[in-house]
Every structure is written in structure tokens, then in C-alpha cells.
Design a protein around this ligand. Structure first.
Ligand SMILES: N[C@@H](CC/C=C/[B-](O)(O)O)C(=O)O
Ligand SMILES: [Mn+2]
Ligand SMILES: [Mn+2]
Ligand SMILES: [Mn+2]
Length: 305
């Protein structure tokens, strides 16, 4: 039977409210039927809501915002994604705030310890509890996954399973000074928009895979933040930054990873339908759905097992 997968839309709070509604818009845009039409068997896990935690009972820890909600949601996501991956299925997590990647990548690495991570984003999301200026946890997931900075008790469930030589970035163009230092000190490979211009997206994806997956034998976790795309392509997102990937460059990354046959988990994050006019929201939701289809072989027929 064709591989099947699992979709969940965990909800995490973000200072710019509304990102929790992104997944529902993608599902309502017909994403599940679109994936089924590609030859996949889809098990839809429904919309996860965590209503019992709210601002009143979740005060900042240090300057970290919504820490208990984010931790609770991510821990639940880690379990879900891990279970699906261990069952030999392909977990797709629609976000939602990129802090969710603490959960998804914890889940993937618990099932596939050898997995590598391709992080497509305008941002490095690697601030530690010591370095963050905003206290927004969506700027920190990678530091928790690697185990950098002063530990935060609330997140003690996140094990440092991600090796610094198993993550590579594509699309960076808005990295904090502290994050640049962290990337340098830990020798973490990053292909910024400068390299995309210099080498072209085809070469960048090849070089990125050569770095984290030289023998093309490791499962791949693709964590795609739609703000990696240029705001003209994906306008309705929380932290847009000019000078991003074109529509085709974004899709090429997903198609090239699909072609490896090694995709083991996918995150499509930061579609926030509450930030723009109707047309821009529809455009952003549509590009999110299209990227998922590309990662699942919309231009390549999936090998039916
Ligand atoms: N570096 C900034 C921006 C974080 C951006 C997070 B995003 O990539 O998930 O959009 C911060 O730490 O607040
Ligand atoms: Mn966010
Ligand atoms: Mn991000
Ligand atoms: Mn981002």
C-alpha cells in the first residue's frame, strides 16, 4: 500500500496571534484531498487545541513568553510525531508557530536517531534563553534541540538529540548577532540568501545535502518556515523579511528532497492567516499547500510500496 501519513495542527500561542489558525486554513483549502490525489494514504489527526492553558496561568519564565503552553504543546507533538514515524509513516505537521519544531524534531530523532534536518527559514531560530532579546520561543527551537545555553526547567523534556553537524540552513537573511556567534562557535552550516544568489538553488540544495547527508542514506526532516519565501510570495506570516526565496526556489527545495526518497518528516510552519488582506491570506495558504505537495512528489510520482 502507499505510504500513509499523519497530519496534526498543534496550536501554540504567539505574540502575533492567529498563527494557530494557519493549519485549519490549509486543511480547509483541500490539502488532504490534494495529497490523496498524489497517491498517498492520509490519516488526518485533527486539530489539536490546548485551551486549558492561557495567559493568566502561564506567566513568562525569565523573558520567555507562553512557556508552559509552548512546552505542553511541543511535548504532545513530540509524542505524536515519534509514534507516527516509528510506525513507518510520514508525519506532516502544519503550523503554527515554529517553536513546534522542538516537538516535531524531537519526535523524528527519537524514531530516526540518524536523521538530518534541513531548516528552511529567513531566521536561524537558534537563540538560547540567555541570548534571546524577544523572549519569543519561535526564535529558539534549534538551541533547545542541540542543548545550547542555560537549561530551562520547563523544557527539560527536550533531549539534546540534534548534532550540530546534522542540521543545515537554507534561506537565512535575518540572524541576530548572538545567533551568528552561536552558528560560528558550533560550526553549523548555513546557506544564506547570499549563497542562493551566488550558486543558485540547485547547487545550494546539493551542497546542503552533501553536508548533512553525504551518502544520501539518512532520513531527512524538512522544517520549512514559509517566511523563508519572499514576502511577495508568502505575505501572511508573522516575521516577514524582504529578499527571500522565489516561489520556484521554495518549491525546488521541496522537490529535490522528495526526489531523494529520504523524506521522513515535514513541518510547514508560520502561515498566519490573521495578518493580511483576504487575497494575501489565500495566496499564503495556497503556497503552503503547494510546498507540501512538492515535498510529497507532486512533480514526481511517489513510489508505491
Ligand atoms: N531572531 C528573532 C526572530 C525569530 C523568528 C522566528 B521564526 O523563524 O520562527 O519566524 C527572535 O529571536 O525573536
Ligand atoms: Mn512564530
Ligand atoms: Mn522559523
Ligand atoms: Mn522565520
Amino acid at each position: 500500500a502507499a505510504n500513509s501519513k499523519f497530519i496534526s495542527e498543534p496550536k501554540t500561542a504567539a505574540p502575533r496571534l492567529g498563527v494557530d489558525k494557519g493549519p485549519i486554513h490549509m486543511v480547509e483549502a483541500g490539502l488532504i484531498d490534494q495529497i490523496t490525489e498524489l497517491g498517498w494514504k492520509v490519516k488526518f489527526d485533527g486539530h489539536h487545541q490546548f485551551e486549558d492553558i492561557n495567559a493568566e496561568n502561564d506567566p513568562p519564565i525569565g523573558i520567555l513568553k507562553n512557556p508552559r503552553l509552548v512546552s505542553r504543546v511541543c511535548e504532545a507533538v513530540a509524542t505524536s510525531v515519534g509514534d507516527v514515524a516509528r510506525a513507518g509513516q510520514l508525519p506532516i505537521t502544519l503550523g503554527g508557530d515554529h517553536s513546534l519544531a522542538m516537538g516535531t524534531i524531537s519526535g523524528t530523532l527519537s524514531a530516526h536517531p540518524e536523521a538530518c534536518v534541513i531548516w528552511v527559514d529567513a531566521h536561524a531560530d537558534i537563540n538560547t534563553a540567555d541570548s534571546t532579546d524577544s523572549g519569543n520561543i519561535h526564535g529558539m527551537p534549534v538551541s533547545f534541540l542541540i542543548g545550547l545555553g542555560t537549561p530551562v526547567a520547563e523544557f527539560s523534556w527536550v533531549k539534546p538529540l540534534l548534532r550540530t553537524d546534522r542540521i543545515v540552513y537554507i534561506g537565512l537573511r535575518d540572524v541576530d548577532a548572538a545567533e551568528k556567534r552561536i552558528l560560528r562557535e558550533n560550526n553549523i552550516k548555513a546557506f544564506s540568501m547570499h549563497e542562493v544568489d551566488k550558486y543558485g538553488i540547485g547547487k545550494v540544495v546539493e551542497l546542503a545535502l552533501d553536508h548533512v547527508n553525504p551518502n544520501r542514506d539518512r532520513p531527512i526532516h524538512l522544517s520549512f518556515d514559509v517566511d523563508a519565501l519572499d514576502p511577495s510570495v508568502a505575505p501572511s506570516t508573522g516575521t516577514p523579511v524582504r529578499g527571500g526565496l522565489t516561489f520556484r526556489e521554495g518549491h525546488y527545495i521541496c522537490e529535490a528532497i522528495s526526489e531523494t526518497g529520504l523524506l521522513a518528516a515535514l513541518d510547514l510552519m508560520e502561515v498566519n492567516p490573521s495578518l493580511a488582506d483576504e487575497a494575501s491570506v489565500l495566496q499564503t495558504v495556497a503556497v503552503g499547500c503547494s510546498l507540501v505537495r512538492s515535498a510529497l512528489g507532486q512533480y514526481i510520482f511517489p513510489t508505491m510500496k
